[in-house]
Write a protein that binds this ligand. Structure first.
Ligand SMILES: C[S@@+](CC[C@H](N)C(=O)[O-])C[C@H]1O[C@@H](n2cnc3c(N)ncnc32)[C@H](O)[C@@H]1O
Length: 505
């Protein structure tokens, strides 16, 4: 018996690709067809301006209505838009399904341009675009179904932006889903391996790879089992990290491990699968337990030797907000009978584990042959640039800090660093209350800095005094005992170098 829960899209991909190339089903052509306003409306999930804009849009307009709006299209127009893929082959492949006198999309197939041109990704339709009636393709999962394969979500895009894109030999995408990370890294890697425990995810990822004519090694199995004994130059993973009881209700987000066990497993497991110098970019979450530091918890997952780690916390949710958000994500109203029962159980579980909050963010690892260097910090503010290049630059700065004596080195203030001095009016005129360094690019770090620190940075020149020389001068100028400012200066400069506000000359 064929397994109807796994669509056989692969045989249709060659002709579908031809149809997409012929019609120009690309991110930029769709923007050109819709215009900026209707394109923005599409992003907001408002169909009417989009329908009006594609009224006379020919085959491209039909594909937009079929796959991006989820409209019913007539057999004739769908057949014309999908040609040379015959409509009945598209139905057999599970791409579209008969609906009344026309057809509707049965899978989500959409272009994505992450800066290197269009690629196409195949995933399940989100809950909003599935027909309530179900229809003949009723076996395809809805968002709440256990086997649901999500498309490119905010988390996928955020990992993509946090992933370095320097050229590498081999990449592993662990838990590939629709294949978005593997497709993204394909542009800078010679070999890409993607794994997923879900057969449905693997079928859709295979379709994504075929549509893009990408040769990706696709392996089934749990966590690192399919790549046992193998090493990669880069690992990317957006694992099923939702924090809760140890069970799997939705395979795309539940790990079957208690609380933050999935993040722990991936962070602990990744270094053994990295080549020397290889890096891992991971999305992860961690619980904030009463009386415990979240930084110490994540740091305890990293071995004492052989790994440089940069952990940035992007958000923290209280248990109630967290549970409500993830219930809604699965299409469950927290006020419904099911929602109430699930909330009770979930919140009770978190309460019993003394969980006060759930943090979420990026973990960048590099395999080294040195004692580990671990920095876990908050990055809760917004910043303009993708984090991927910064993650790599951060790891390079860590290597520099390990290999060099700071006191005998020269430094410069980075070009994007500015100093903001805030003063308030007082009886003696303006009184400075705080001075802050700002980084104008990358993660837009800010550091408060005192008067001595400001003076130290003011003296930094590429051909000037070493840090030790500057400190000696400052000690003399301020009547401080010789050597008394060294420890503080080294700690300050170490922190500023890590954050790219000050750089080795
Ligand atoms: C949050 S989705 C990420 C999908 C995709 N990589 C992305 O970035 O959008 C997590 C993926 O991990 C897969 N997964 C769940 N449990 C797994 C396990 N034990 N081993 C490997 N993959 C697993 C799910 O099927 C799902 O495709």
């Amino acid at each position: 018996m064929p397994d109807h829960s796994i669509p056989e899209v692969l045989p249709a991909c060659g002709a579908l690709r031809t149809a997409f190339l012929r019609t120009g089903y690309h991110a930029d052509s769709i923007l050109a067809l819709l215009g900026a306003d209707a394109h923005a409306a599409l992003g907001r999930g408002e169909p009417v301006p989009v329908r009006r804009a594609v009224n006379d849009g020919g085959d491209l307009g039909t594909l937009v209505r079929l796959f991006l709006l989820g409209d019913t299209c007539s057999m004739e127009e769908a057949g014309a838009a999908l040609a040379p893929l015959p409509l009945d082959a598209a139905v057999d492949a599970g791409l579209v399904r008969p609906y009344g006198v026309g057809v509707r999309a049965a899978l989500d197939v959409r272009p994505l341009d992450t800066g290197t041109g269009t690629s196409w990704l195949v995933s399940d339709l989100d809950g909003d675009r599935r027909s309530p009636a179900g229809g003949p393709m009723g076996a395809a999962p809805a968002h709440a179904d256990p086997a649901y394969v999500p498309g490119v979500g905010q988390a996928s895009l955020s990992l993509l932006r946090a992933t370095p894109t320097a050229s590498v030999g081999s990449v592993l995408d662990l838990g590939t889903g629709c294949g978005v990370q593997a497709v993204h890294v394909h542009g800078h890697a010679h070999r890409v391996t993607a794994t997923d425990v879900s057969a449905r995810a693997r079928a859709l990822a295979a379709a994504s790879f075929a549509l893009n004519e990408m040769n990706v090694e696709l392996l089934g199995g749990s966590w690192f089992e399919p790549v046992a004994g193998r090493e990669f130059d880069q690992i990317v993973a957006n694992p099923p990290f939702v924090v809760g009881p140890a069970r799997v209700r939705h395979i795309y987000r539940d790990s079957g491990l208690d609380l933050d066990g999935a993040s722990e497993l991936v962070i602990r497991g990744a270094p053994a699968h990295l080549t020397p110098g290889g890096t891992a970019s991971l999305l992860a979450s961690w619980v904030h337990v009463r009386g415990e530091q979240w930084r110490a918890r994540v740091a305890s997952w990293i071995p004492e030797h052989g790994v440089d780690a940069w952990v940035v916390q992007r958000d923290v949710a209280d248990p109630a907000l967290y549970v409500g958000t993830w219930l809604r994500d699965a299409g469950i109203d927290p006020g419904s009978t099911e929602g109430v029962a699930r909330s009770e159980e979930w919140l009770e579980h978190l309460e019993r584990a003394d969980v006060e909050g759930i943090g979420f963010g990026y973990v960048t690892l590099r395999r080294t042959d040195q004692p580990s260097d671990v920095l876990a910090e908050d990055l809760l503010h917004s910043y303009p640039d993708p984090l991927g290049p910064e993650a790599l630059a951060y790891l390079q700065r860590v290597v520099w800090l390990r290999d060099n004596d700071l006191l005998s080195s020269r430094f410069v203030v980075a070009a994007a660093t500015t100093l903001q001095q805030v003063s308030v009016p007082s009886e003696h005129g303006w009184e400075q209350v705080v001075a802050r360094l700002h980084r104008g690019d990358g993660p837009a770090w800010q550091h408060e800095i005192d008067e001595l620190g400001t003076a130290l940075l003011a003296g930094m020149r590429s051909a000037g005094l070493t840090l030790g020389g500057l400190v000696t001068m400052l000690e003399a100028a301020n009547g401080e005992p010789s050597g008394s400012l060294q420890v503080g200066a080294v700690a300050l400069v170490d922190g500023l170098v890590r954050h790219g506000l000050v750089l080795p000359a």
